[in-house]
Design a protein around this ligand. Structure first.
Ligand code: CP3
Length: 351
């Protein structure tokens, strides 16, 4: 990441620069817990929203208006770049993503395209980025994102969400050449896709390795890290902050740091202060409220926000967020209350 001296608290925190308030945004801040989103979703499928730039832009902006968060995250889905690779998919109501042609053999993997030319094949996403940037102006920076190779591979192989990643790990253990061929293709696709979002105007990007916590540290290091590293060290991302997020991976935070990123996302299973010590103070951290805590009474929420801010101890480089995405059952008022609390409490911290 190159220098620069940004003024917005989110971009400052990504660079470990001090600011008056701790910036806050929420993973999955646009979604079904918001009535404005449900109103649009009642008339369009998830993929339709992603493919109509005006709609995707509108949904991206909804939480910025409603919550007063310090960053917008583009409305899209991690699975979109799989479509130009040759994967057919849909989102089933209440079930999540369904891959219609899951990968079964080494031949399936060789047949995947990895030269997806995202400016063309995902032109709608890039157009949404441009619209959002125009609408946001200086109000808040826009975060682009992609799924990390392992998390994407698990959907492609399992055919959807999974409990124990049996098929994914079988490929990894039984057919290492096919595994690395797949991960190599995904690394190229993801790096190109993120670079295209940055070229279109995204001011930071997040790499979601949502399911990396299913792996032992040794398997992560040998079978996943080199591919995530290729994405995270792509020269075309050098000018923007890159947030590297994984859930359930607190036992190997230094490996996530080694893979790369200017900030590391920490889930709620580890105390934030401990996690930051594991990582070292030269890197920003993002997290780490339990998303379910957003359903708690206000007094409990206040305690939790205080605790996390105390653990961060006012050190520059903390981005307040959840440890994973907002659940559909979450009351909007509580999310707004947490954003306000983070701003208010962090202003009172001595730095
Ligand atoms: O506000 C934002 O965070 C931006 C939008 C966003 C979506 N998906 C839209 C979406 C983001 C950042 C994602 C990322 C994503 N998608 C991840 C990584 C983040 C994480 O939660 O770990 C993953 C694993 C996916 C794959 C995916 N998409 C699943 C498992 C599901 C079903 C789960 C569910 O909540 O229903 C989706 C669907 C999806 N993507 C929804 C949204 C708002 C909900 C579906 C809907 O509106 O019908």
């Amino acid at each position: 990441m190159s220098g620069g001296n940004p003024t917005q608290p989110f971009l400052r925190a990504c660079r470990c620069l001090p600011s008056e308030v701790t910036p806050v945004w929420f993973m999955r801040q646009a979604g079904r817990y918001m009535p404005e989103y449900r109103a649009i979703r009642a008339r369009h499928t998830l993929l339709e929203i992603c493919r109509q730039p005006e709609l995707a832009a509108e949904v991206t902006l909804q939480p910025v208006r409603a919550l007063g968060v310090d960053a917008a995250i583009l409305f899209a889905d991690i699975l979109l770049p799989l479509i130009p690779m040759g994967i057919r998919l849909h989102f089933a109501e209440g079930e999540g993503p369904v891959i219609e042609n899951p990968l079964r053999t080494a031949e399936d993997i060789s047949a995947l395209r990895d030269d997806i030319a995202p400016h063309d094949s995902l032109a709608d996403v890039m157009e949404a980025v441009r619209i959002v940037r125009g609408e946001l102006g200086a109000r808040a920076p826009l975060i682009g994102f992609a799924g990390a190779p392992f998390t994407l591979a698990s959907y492609m192989i399992e055919g959807g969400s999974s409990r124990n990643y049996l098929k994914t790990k079988c490929l990894m253990y039984h057919e290492p050449d096919a595994w690395h061929a797949l991960m190599g293709k995904l690394a190229r696709v993801v790096a190109d896709y993120l670079a295209a979002q940055v070229a279109a105007g995204a001011q930071a990007v997040q790499l979601f390795d949502s399911w990396a916590g299913a792996l032992s540290p040794a398997d992560y290091a040998a079978c996943v890290l080199p591919h995530s590293q290729r994405v995270l060290h792509d020269a075309r991302l050098a000018d923007v902050p890159v947030i590297h997020f994984a859930t359930g991976a607190s036992s190997y935070l230094p490996l996530l740091k080694e893979a790369g990123g200017s900030a590391i996302g920490v889930d709620w299973r580890a105390p934030l202060g401990w996690a930051w010590r594991q990582l070292g103070e030269d890197i920003a951290v993002q997290g780490n409220l339990d998303p379910v805590a957003l359903t708690a009474p206000r007094a409990v929420l206040e305690q939790q926000v205080h605790r996390i801010l105390r653990e961060a101890a006012g050190r520059p480089g903390h981005i307040f967020n959840l440890g994973h995405g907002i659940l559909p059952e979450t009351p909007v008022d509580n999310v707004k209350a947490v954003a306000d609390m983070v701003h208010e409490f962090s202003m009172r911290l001595t730095r």
